[in-house]
Design a protein around this ligand. Structure first.
Ligand SMILES: [Zn+2]
Length: 181
């Protein structure tokens, strides 16, 4: 069974957000996770992704990432969160609702390698989702991974690399059962 990435995009969609863009983002994100799956520290040998048009469209709790144009369109904002929504993405444990990872497309608009940048930001949020946002993993800090690439706090671009340190941190965490919204 492959590790499953459920990607959920929400209206209103920007004009550039079409099927080929969604496929490009999904493929770039899958490429990162496929690299993680080469590690002996995970039982998964590969990953698949699916764009679901609603949170109810997903079929596993492996990983769910939500895509919005603006942070104000998002679930976290709707639920009253205001702090920490000023970057390209945010991940927060929302208790009974589960883990919520969001990407804010507007923050990345205009980049020459847009799909890759969105995928890189999405992988960063995925790291928070599995590695430090849940209260059980409070003592860990993704941003402090030595030799980190996509885990670093600042300056993630379309050309930022997934490093072996990122892979070593992420691989054993893929099997964690963290309820996803
Ligand atoms: Zn971060």
């Amino acid at each position: 069974m492959p590790f499953m990435l459920w990607l959920v995009d929400h209206p209103p969609y920007p004009s550039y957000w079409n099927e080929s863009m969604r496929t490009a983002v999904g493929n770039a994100l899958k490429a990162h996770f496929d690299q993680v799956c080469t590690s002996p520290k995970t039982k998964y040998g590969s990953t698949n992704f699916s764009w679901a048009n609603s949170a109810g469209g997903r079929q596993s709790d492996h990983l769910v990432l939500h895509f919005f144009r603006r942070n104000r369109d998002g679930l976290l904002y709707m639920w009253g969160q205001r702090a920490g929504l000023d970057r390209s993405g945010a991940t927060l444990w929302m208790g009974a609702k589960g883990m919520v990872s969001e990407l804010y497309l507007e923050m990345m608009e205009g980049d020459a390698n847009y799909a890759k940048l969105v995928a890189n930001a999405a992988f960063h949020e995925a790291m928070h989702n599995k590695l430090d946002a849940h209260p059980s993993y409070d003592s860990f800090d993704v941003h402090k991974i030595k030799g980190g690439g996509l885990s670093q706090e600042f300056g993630i671009s379309a050309s930022t690399r997934l490093t072996s340190a990122d892979i070593n941190a992420m691989a054993p965490a893929l099997t964690r059962t963290i309820p996803q919204f």
